[in-house]
Design a protein around this ligand. Structure first.
Ligand code: HPA
Length: 274
């Protein structure tokens, strides 16, 4: 992280405290088309990203760009609708800025959600997958550069990026809500082009079940800071070459919209059990 990076995080965290003070124990990053959950929060304070100092904004359709702090399932949480992706040409440190601000605010649990392509041919579009682990193929890492010991160690352990305990809680919440979930490995690619069918066969060979363009950097930065991480993918489409039709972002948004009821029930059940 560059000189002054820590001070930028602290300035943004302080701005959040000014607008919505009080303890926040969990933060949820809402993926493409999954931003509606932020509207479920009660006694909420919504802060457009543009109001927060140093906060990087995303321009991707389906990412509305606001931080909402409010109550759900009896817990005070932060919902982040909109995230920055590496494919936008942003620095890896910008991609994890929001994650780090959450860590500086004292959040203990980070729930990362995303829309992803199904690599496992047993999946179908609309399925929800608890991320058991990831394979980072983005060609970079948010921790590249000088290490700031105030955030975490130089060589953080990644043996259990996605908390076994939180994955268990996700299963309990899924069973209670009657929402079927699968488990699998998320491969993170740079994008923004979708993969070729040959790349998808390769990803399947190396053990991936889903593919997307986010989540891994935030999960790495969160573990660096000692946060407990949970990841949930909405399989918005089957990955390239599995079905005889091309991929497009409209399909991603259609599917996430279709499953938002189940997705939000699952999230609420998880948060209520934390
Ligand atoms: N590939 C990569 N990222 C994605 C996909 C996909 O098929 N679907 C949604 N995000």
């Amino acid at each position: 992280m560059s000189m002054g990076g820590f001070e930028r995080l602290e300035a943004a965290a302080e701005a959040v405290r000014q607008r919505a003070g009080g303890a926040v124990h969990t933060a949820v990053v809402l993926g493409s088309g999954l931003g509606d959950f932020a509207g479920k929060l009660t006694s909420a304070v919504a802060i457009p990203y543009g109001d927060l100092p140093h906060w990087p904004e995303s321009k991707v359709i389906g990412h509305s760009g606001r931080l909402v702090i409010g109550d759900v399932a009896g817990r005070r949480i932060a919902a982040l609708a909109g995230r920055v992706h590496l494919y936008e040409g942003r620095d890896p440190s910008d991609v994890v800025f929001a994650t780090r601000v959450m860590g500086r605010l004292g959040v203990k649990h980070l729930i990362l959600t995303n829309a992803a392509g199904g690599v496992n041919t047993g999946f179908s579009s609309g399925a929800l997958m608890v991320i058991d682990d990831h394979i980072n193929l983005q060609g970079t890492n948010p921790l590249v550069g000088p290490n700031d010991e105030r955030l975490g160690a130089r060589f953080p352990d990644m043996t259990e990026v996605y908390s076994r305990r939180l994955r268990g809680i996700a299963d309990e919440a899924a069973a209670a809500a009657g929402v079927p979930v699968s488990h699998g490995i998320y491969a993170a690619l740079l994008g923004p082009s979708y993969e070729t069918p040959a790349e998808i066969r390769y990803l399947r060979t190396i053990g991936a079940d889903a593919v997307g363009m986010s989540t891994a950097p935030e999960a790495i930065a969160a573990r660096h800071m000692g946060l407990e991480v949970l990841g949930i993918s909405c399989i918005s489409n089957m990955a390239a070459g599995i079905l005889p039709e091309p991929l497009n972002h409209a399909e991603v948004l259609e599917t996430t919209h279709r499953v938002r009821g189940a997705f939000m029930a699952l999230l609420e059940g998880i948060i209520g059990r934390l």
